[in-house]
Design a protein. Structure first.
Lengths: 577, 338
């Protein structure tokens, strides 16, 4: 009697613990309302759903070494991890999971992400901010003939016939540029200059006119025109300020290709770097992309940045205002003091942002980045990544999974239906075949489902779609133990043993077989756990949890039921099995 | 008391010639087909891009294909997925995969752009439900990991069997399992299932499942051998199979019922897994009745037990014949188990 009571107490404790483990609890949830994140509380069952069930994004990132080898990758990835974590925290995703895998990989799980492209950019963007002085020595002009020579000699201009782009469009663009920026010129400007000029005063171009005219009365134009028949130089037009050039956007791939050749890179003036700016629309249907020649050594980098926030300026449009710390401010003041009258390019990830402003006097701790009419969201994101810090190394995505929330909800629904259907079938089979004993097994099966879910919650395992499949499958496997026991009891009874003896023998003899069959399944599940990615890992976990739970429910619980039944029906001799 | 297949005395082993032919007829053509044309592997293994896209109205697959061709996405495979309105696009061509070295998502972006230009804005004209983009490096890694997993699971299973049974039983169980694996490989080929991580999971689970079926029959045989020393092994094996028959039928029915539920209701992603497991249940039952006992019989004839071992596969014989006590520590361990 005492043992039965202890058994029942133990079962009740287990049930209570399971219910406690699964009881909905209040959690903080971040919710996006009208573009702003709010923290709210919600009651939730503490079962973590995998990305495949709730929708979201998984990214695996590695150091991108396409632009140069990285010396200490392991250390760089550690720092990158911190930055990525900061950014995601600022972005506001509920329960993100960011971790380092191995030595060279970061994985990011973002549940419930809607705009995956934005999220990806947020993670991938290096956000390396530099301030570089534009070149005022006409360094590129001086080497232009040589570059033309190289291009011609090596036959680079013939390599990609398609690279020049759709010819008519390119021509229009070039004409537009020539007419815009070499207004006094003879040979190149077409008769319809007036038309082009009329169309020209767009946001960017209008300002270019006043700033540029003042400063760029250099003699460069002559050199440029002289060489402008070269395969390289004819694609490039003098800009409005020192170190600025314009390239028709259709020619950008060609020019980029030329610049990437090692011979040409070597021919560029030492200590100078060539960077692209942001594309501007000329309003004539053609657009140009500025090319800047800047001092390679930045006067200051973004490491001194303490704050960045988006703002809207009546003239400039959307901007990001930033603040430097005191040390950065001191250096910035010192450096800009030396360069009064020069132009300073604000370079983000190797791209010049906006038009380099002229330094009128020494600048202190505050500055701004002009975004040239980019949408507010992008401006907000830039401010965010600047605040969170630059990535120490460029990262690239090596593996990604995105699952829409609708599909995830469908999966939960389908998985749940399959579970219910499977359970109903098993219940029918068990009760139909074993009657009363089957009914006991079915009650145990109910406890089995409860225990399995509680185990998953207790170990904060993640429930995935294959995980649900694993659970459904293990419902079928869970009754196997009972089948083994019941069959054995029947055999013992057939041999003429008493009900009580038969039950005892049945449980005892079936144990080996039960342990055997579970061990072989657990072993394979462990292997799967080792190799699997998220969803398959979930399958292995639920299978293991299911087997552990079934050992308790099918053996211990059902045994207790039998003992209880034997006690109640002291005289009864026939067991319905 | 409802009883099925109770107290049967079917001579299963007698049928071994027929069942061998059945097995060969099923497996060999499949294996030949695999040797000729191989399998279709999922994006996870090859690297590449998979996109599941749903449209408000059933799209013309040919049109989607030509749209992608025009956008320069080569060799993309397009299939409807579950319903007419959902498509799965797989870009696994080596050229596309190589492009993903720079960034895994580049091809997915191109596909989306191509669809936008043809059908209209994303989330209005169509919806991207699922994207998987795998760079070539990650794919290669997973291939290696999967191979490693298969090897490890074999070794683990072998070690377990070696520890659990003496070598004749163990070898018979291994051969039965090998039979199941080959049969499943052929089955996957016949159904043109894609080899994905989840299908691999199905195969590994199937191995564990079919193995324990064999183990349960062998356990019974070992127990019977201990009790009925005079019976021939042939009869004992048949008896073991017959005695465990109700259990086999019932367990397999419940598991099969769950798998049917999964295959019918749980959706397209789980269906291949459920199908592989369903076949696993069938072949596991078949092999533990027709393969494992027959092979065991053959092994016992080929390598008969020594005098001390005669008739004693079970541990009791060890205790009965003192001379062999020292030499058979392994089987004594097994005795402690049962």
């Amino acid at each position: 009697m005492a043992t039965i009571r202890n058994r029942i107490i133990l079962i009740l404790v287990l049930v209570a613990a399971s219910i406690w483990a699964l009881y909905p609890r209040t959690v903080k949830v971040r919710e996006l309302r009208n573009g702003v994140w709010y923290d709210t509380t919600q009651k939730q069952v503490p079962l973590k759903k995998g990305l495949d069930l709730q929708g979201g994004m998984y990214l695996a990132l590695e150091v991108d070494e396409s632009k140069g080898a990285v010396a200490n990758k392991a250390e760089a990835i550690d720092r990158a991890l911190k930055v990525v974590r900061n950014r995601i925290d600022e972005f506001g995703v509920t329960e993100p999971d960011i971790r380092k895998v191995g030595n060279d990989r970061i994985t990011v799980e973002l549940p419930g992400i809607k705009d995956e492209q934005r999220a990806q950019q947020l993670v991938e963007k290096s956000a390396f901010l530099e301030f570089q002085i534009t070149d005022k020595t006409g360094a590129l002009d001086k080497v232009m003939p040589r570059i033309d020579q190289i291009v011609r000699n090596k036959g680079y201009d013939k390599q990609a016939p398609g690279a020049a782009g759709p010819a008519p469009a390119a021509d229009t663009a070039k004409n537009a540029i020539s007419s815009l920026f070499t207004p006094s010129d003879s040979g190149k400007a077409k008769a319809d200059t007036g038309k082009a000029r009329a169309a020209a005063p767009t946001k960017g171009a209008a300002r270019q006119a006043d700033t540029g005219a003042a400063k760029s009365d250099t003699s460069d134009t002559g050199i440029l025109n002289g060489a402008s028949n070269g395969p390289f130089s004819r694609l490039i037009q003098q800009g409005q300020m020192p170190g600025e050039y314009y390239v028709s956007t259709t020619d950008v791939p060609t020019v980029s290709r030329y610049l990437a050749y090692p011979e040409i890179a070597a021919a560029l003036p030492p200590g100078k770097t060539v960077l692209w700016g942001t594309t501007a629309d000329l309003g004539t249907g053609a657009s140009v992309t500025p090319l800047y020649v800047v001092d390679t050594k930045p006067i200051i980098t973004g490491e001194y940045l303490t704050d960045a926030k988006p703002a809207t300026d009546p003239v400039e449009g959307n901007i990001v205002q930033f603040t430097l710390n005191s040390e950065g401010g001191r250096r910035f003041r010192q450096e800009t003091g030396k360069h009064v009258g020069d132009y300073m390019a604000i370079v983000l990830d190797g791209k010049v942002m906006g038009r380099p402003p002229v330094i009128e006097s020494a600048i202190g701790t505050r500055g701004q980045i002009t975004m040239r009419g980019q949408p507010l969201q992008q401006v907000q994101d830039l401010a965010l990544v600047l605040r969170a810090g630059a990535l120490p190394v460029p990262l690239k995505v090596v593996d990604s999974r995105t699952i829409g929330a609708t599909l995830g909800a469908d999966s939960i629904h389908d998985g749940f239906s399959a579970g219910v259907l499977g359970l109903v079938l098993v219940v029918l089979i068990m009760i139909g075949y074993y009657r009363f004993s089957g009914f006991l097994a079915v009650i145990a099966l109910g406890l089995y489902v409860l225990f399995t879910l509680a185990l998953l919650a207790g170990f904060s395992a993640t429930l995935t779609l294959p995980g649900i499949a694993g659970m459904v499958l293990s419902v079928g496997i869970a009754v196997d133990a009972n089948v083994l026991i019941f069959e054995r009891i029947r055999e013992e009874m057939a041999r003429g043993k008493t009900t009580r003896a038969s039950i005892d023998e049945g449980f005892r003899h079936a144990m080996t077989a039960i342990i055997d069959s579970n061990v072989s399944t657990v072993l394979t599940a462990l292997v799967l756990f080792e190799i699997g990615t998220g969803p398959v890992k979930g399958f292995a976990v639920t299978l293991i949890a299911g087997i552990a739970a079934s050992m308790v429910s099918a053996i211990f619980v059902v045994r207790t039921f039998f003992l209880l039944w034997l006690n109640r029906t002291r005289g009864a001799r026939t067991l319905s099995i | 008391m409802l009883r099925i297949l109770h107290d049967t005395k079917i001579d299963f082993i007698r049928l071994w010639k027929i069942t061998t032919i059945v097995t060969l007829l099923f497996t060999v053509p499949g294996l030949i087909a695999i040797a000729i044309s191989g399998y279709h592997y999922s994006v996870e293994f090859t690297g590449g891009t998979l996109m599941q896209v749903s449209f408000p109205k059933a799209p013309d697959v040919g049109q989607v294909r030509s749209t992608l061709d025009a956008a320069g996405i080569k060799g993309a495979e397009i299939q409807t997925f579950g319903s007419d309105t959902a498509l799965v696009i797989r870009a696994q061509d080596p050229r596309e995969v190589a492009q993903q070295t720079r960034g895994a998502q580049s091809v997915a972006t191109e596909i989306t752009a191509a669809l936008v230009s043809r059908y209209g804005p994303k989330d209005k004209a169509f919806r991207v439900d699922r994207t998987e983009t795998v760079g070539p490096k990650v794919g290669a890694e997973l291939q290696q990991k999967a191979l490693y997993a298969i090897l490890v699971s074999f070794i683990v299973t072998l070690v377990y069997l070696a520890w659990r049974f003496e070598w004749r039983f163990g070898l018979a169980a291994v051969i039965a399992t090998a039979h199941d694996i080959l049969g499943t490989l052929a089955f996957i080929k016949y159904l043109h299932l894609e080899i994905s991580l989840i299908v691999l999971g199905g195969v590994l689970t199937m191995i564990g499942y079919s193995l324990n079926d064999t183990i349960i029959i062998f356990d019974r045989v070992r127990e019977d051998l201990r009790k009925r020393r005079k019976e021939s092994l042939y009869d004992t094996l048949n008896r073991g199979v017959n005695e465990t028959l109700p259990r086999s039928v019932l367990t397999h029915t419940t598991v099969f019922a769950c798998l049917v539920a999964l295959a019918l209701v749980a959706g397209e992603v789980i269906r291949p897994f459920a199908l592989v497991m369903m076949f696993g249940v069938v072949t596991g039952t078949f092999s533990s009745i027709y393969v494992a006992p027959v092979v065991l019989l053959w092994i016992e004839r080929k390598w008969p037990r020594a005098v001390g071992e005669r008739g004693g596969v079970g541990p009791r014989s060890v205790r009965d014949t003192p001379s062999s006590t020292q030499q058979q520590p392994k089987r004594r361990k097994a005795a402690g188990q049962s």
